[in-house]
Design a protein around this ligand. Structure first.
Ligand code: SAM
Ligand code: SF4
Length: 344
């Protein structure tokens, strides 16, 4: 196969970075490996969704690895595997192994709902997975079912325990939605203190296939911080990596780290260093942009490594300003894109 025999890193020009017209440089690649999922989160996937991508329309693991090598040659350093639910795809451990052997990639992480994780932690870690984000929005069993469509709270908690006990770096992703789970913010802080896992509170974004998003449902980072300061004492900002969408805080009197992803109320577009590819090989330069670029078509046509590299560079040049511009134009609306297909 082409990418096995040619050793593309030797062929490509690795001196140029993926720079866009606003001067931002892409360093992180998020790869959605499937649009399928074993949950139906109210803020993400429609309950009756059955329009899955066919197996033949999605990238094979070899194609994913090949594209990752090309991106690495263009300056990408970190890869996050996501979905849909990445762990529903078979033999993911072999993919993690291939990706972690790519020169220039210094971190592989994954975002998962945790349902299929518990017994795979050791294998994933051994394959090279460095850290994992596990999504959890409530500690209430009934509520878990009404948010996600399944009775899965206990198994997710077990998975978190298993990952922590096997020393995988674990972060918790929590989407806060007004009147759904904003009364549990303090419980998540307690959980973070107890387990040592940083919780990242995510503002609800209009990337909901369910199209329920409205501004009223967004609980802002400032509102969350006020609540936490009230209940626990003062949170102070850490010296944040500007390119990390999570704004990290610590308690003056404690050791828990709490993060916020304020995509709506304090967008971080000017520091964005991420690009994404979907399971069907579409390159998205921005979460909030419908326009995408078909990388799988280039692979199917047998384009050369250099042609693909050049194509990607040109796509990145077209990267838009981001949600910040949509907000300025007052044009936020539900369902701008589907999170379950782009992967977050
Ligand atoms: N299935 C995996 C999971 O849930 O962790 C990975 C894919 S999921 C699309 C990635 C992340 O996006 C999850 O943490 C999820 O909570 C978050 N997410 C999904 N829809 C969202 C929305 N409309 N606004 C904010 N975050 C969202
Ligand atoms: Fe599935 Fe993750 Fe979307 Fe929930 S957030 S429906 S677990 S892809």
């Amino acid at each position: 196969m082409r990418f096995e025999s040619e050793g593309i890193l030797g062929v490509l020009d690795s001196t140029k970075e993926l720079s866009d017209s606003f001067g931002r440089i892409a360093k992180k690649l998020r790869i959605s490996i499937t649009d399928r999922c074993n949950m139906r989160c109210i803020y993400c996937m429609p309950f009756n969704n059955t329009k899955w991508l066919s197996q033949k329309s999605i990238l094979t693991y070899e194609q994913i690895t090949y594209l990752a090598e090309i991106f690495a040659s263009l300056g990408i350093e970190k890869i996050k595997i996501t979905g849909g639910e990445p762990l529903v795809r078979v033999d993911i451990i072999s993919l993690i192994k291939s990706l972690s052997s790519i020169k220039g990639i210094n971190s592989i992480s994954m975002t998962t709902n945790g349902i299929l994780l518990k017994d795979r932690v050791a294998g994933l870690k051994e394959a090279g997975l460095e850290s994992i984000n596990i999504s959890l929005d409530t500690f209430n069993r009934t509520r878990f079912k009404s948010i996600s469509g399944i009775d899965g709270l206990d198994i997710v908690l077990e998975s978190i325990k298993s990952a922590v006990s096997q020393n995988l770096r674990v972060k918790i992703n929590t989407v806060i939605i007004r009147d759904w789970n904003d009364d549990e913010i303090s419980e998540f802080v307690e959980f973070s203190k107890k387990t040592g896992c940083p919780v990242k509170f995510i503002e609800f974004m209009p990337l909901d296939g369910t199209k329920i998003w409205s501004e009223n449902l967004v609980v802002s980072k400032d509102e969350m911080i006020d609540k936490i300061n009230n209940d626990f004492g003062k949170l102070s900002p850490l010296d944040n990596d500007k390119a990390d969408p999570a704004r990290l805080y610590r308690f003056d009197n404690g050791n828990a780290t709490i993060g916020f992803i304020p995509s709506i109320t304090k967008p971080f577009c000017q520091d964005c260093d991420r690009v994404r590819i979907t399971a069907e090989g579409k390159l998205h330069t921005c979460l909030f942009e419908k326009k995408n670029y078909d990388l799988k078509a280039l692979l199917d046509k047998g384009k050369s490594d250099k042609e693909i590299q050049e194509y990607i560079r040109n796509c990145i040049l077209e990267k838009p300003e981001g949600i910040i511009k949509i907000i300025k134009n007052h044009s936020l609306e539900p369902g701008i894109n589907n999170m379950y297909s782009i992967g977050g």
